[in-house]
Design a protein around this ligand. Structure first.
Ligand code: ADP
Length: 462
């Protein structure tokens, strides 16, 4: 057992951990990160956002070129899934190399120990890994152990594939099934459905709730549902009861409208969500856990002020960019001697569903405003009138902004359609900065880009 004493130890080296580790090491502190992966970036780069978007981007290019006959694009076009996977792995490896160089530049002030960490008290972590064991004492602790794929207690769950099997560095699934059933119409299920359908699979999605994207704004979800590629069949109100193996693949039994139905496919993708992963020893460290998550304040402090829990582990906003900002908030507070000097705004995190078309939102939307009795004034812009959407020939969907009546301060917005993932960044910045419709209306948004919709929508109110 090696004994190490540092200023800060992180449990995990993903988006919730390494931004803080780097900021604190750069400001002269001794920092140790721990992660069984032995590399930084957590599940995002290992099997999540980056690899899935690399494959998705190939699918997007293919769709655009395939639909380009009116633009004079002809010829023998085919989409090789193996090529898309090779591209994905190239991006992953490139980023791992860059991260390794970034880490090397800060060693030995910042170190990454490969292994699983557990807490034995509020200042001490024990790490077991292939290179041995460590006892790490630290003044402050960052618990950023992230999340994992939820596998429900469903007979036959082990017969299903998951997003890990699609997007890991060495994915289990290397070819596109002819037919695919997706369990769950959340963002992971819908994104995978869109990608694999583009590469040739016939896809059906089963969702037990009565809307896609359960938990998200119902009108936003309905708008995406109306604009989704109709080649993907989505069955709502369909609760899967079991999965069985057949000679050809899989049979899924599900309950819909009180009736038992079956559906068959070569493969079944289980995409029912992700859940926080907690390290052992939170109780020994005195950290309070509620509903399987460490409770945190807006400075990401747990019930023990020098122990922080940024990122997926707190279950409040399970997105990589959210984890990064939460991590930096924790770093600021640690640098200030564990005082709550910085805060995270859980209400203004842009979220994108990378379907075809993309759908994205940020801040307060119609449904939550109604539920909380908050009046909002809406301004919409249809992509039918948008020059970029017309240039791309992708004119479905809309951009919609929600303002506080009177002040016309921007509270939130959604975009379903062209460039939604990019647009929501600008809208989110405006929400975070508290900009008003008057200010948005006076900004010269670029032409001929879809950003024009932001100013145009705002000008409808002023
Ligand atoms: P986030 O974006 O919130 O940081 P991720 O899930 O991407 O979340 O990353 C969390 C990382 O934490 C993963 O790489 C995982 O391997 C690591 N991890 C989980 N449990 C432990 C543990 N007990 N000790 C060290 N690392 C852990």
């Amino acid at each position: 057992m090696q004994d190490v004493s540092v200023d800060v130890v992180t449990i995990g080296a993903g988006g919730g951990a390494y931004p803080a580790a780097f900021r604190l090491a750069r400001s002269g502190r001794q920092v140790v990160m721990t992660d069984p992966k032995g590399v930084m970036s957590g599940n995002c780069l290992a099997e999540g956002c980056v690899p899935s978007k690399a494959v998705r981007e190939v699918a997007q290019l293919y769709r655009r070129v395939r639909g380009g006959a009116r633009m004079g694009l002809h010829g023998q076009l085919s989409a090789e899934y193996s090529g898309a996977l090779a591209h994905k792995s190239w991006v992953q490896e490139l980023r791992y190399r860059q991260h390794a160089e970034e880490l090397e530049a800060l060693e030995p002030r910042l170190r990454l120990i490969t292994g699983v960490a557990r807490l034995v008290d509020s200042h001490t972590a024990l790490v077991e890994g292939p290179q041995g064991s460590w006892r790490i004492s630290a003044r402050s602790v960052i618990v950023a152990s992230g999340s994992d794929i939820t596998v429900p207690k469903l007979p036959g769950a082990e017969l299903c594939i998951t997003s890990r099997d699609l997007f890991a560095l060495t994915p289990q699934v290397r070819s596109v099934p002819d037919t695919l059933l997706v369990i769950g119409a959340g963002y992971i299920g819908l994104e995978a459905a869109g990608i694999l359908q583009t590469f040739g699979a016939q896809v059906e999605v089963l969702e037990m709730e009565d809307q896609i994207l359960p938990g998200m704004d119902p009108d936003f979800a309905a708008l995406l549902a109306a604009n989704l590629d109709p080649q993907i069949t989505v069955r709502l109100g369909s609760k899967v009861r079991s999965v069985e193996a057949t000679p050809e693949g899989r049979r899924v039994t599900y309950l819909r409208d009180g009736k038992v139905n079956t559906a068959e496919a070569q493969q079944v993708l289980l995409a029912v969500g992700r859940h926080p992963v907690l390290p052992t020893g939170l109780a020994e460290a005195g950290v309070e856990v509620e509903a399987g998550r460490p409770r945190v304040n807006h400075s990401l402090q747990t019930s023990v002020p020098h122990i922080y829990a940024p990122g997926d582990v707190n279950g409040r906003s399970m997105l990589f960019h959210s984890a990064v900002r939460q991590s930096l908030v924790a770093a600021d507070c640690i640098a200030a001697g564990d005082r709550a000097v910085d805060h995270f705004d859980f209400g203004a995190v842009p979220t994108t569903i990378f379907t075809f078309p993309e759908a994205a939102y940020v801040g307060l939307l119609r449904g939550e405003a109604h539920l909380r009795g908050i009046p909002v004034e809406e301004a919409a812009y249809s992509f039918e009138e948008d020059s970029r959407a017309q240039i791309l020939g992708e004119m479905s969907g809309e951009l919609r902004l929600f303002f506080a009546p009177g002040s016309l301060r921007l509270l939130g917005g959604w975009v379903v359609g062209v460039d939604a993932a990019q647009l929501i960044g600008e809208i989110g910045t405006a929400v975070a900065a508290g900009l008003t419709a008057h200010q948005l209306a006076r900004f010269p948004d670029q032409h001929p880009m879809a950003q024009e919709g932001v100013g145009k929508a705002a000008r409808r109110l002023v």
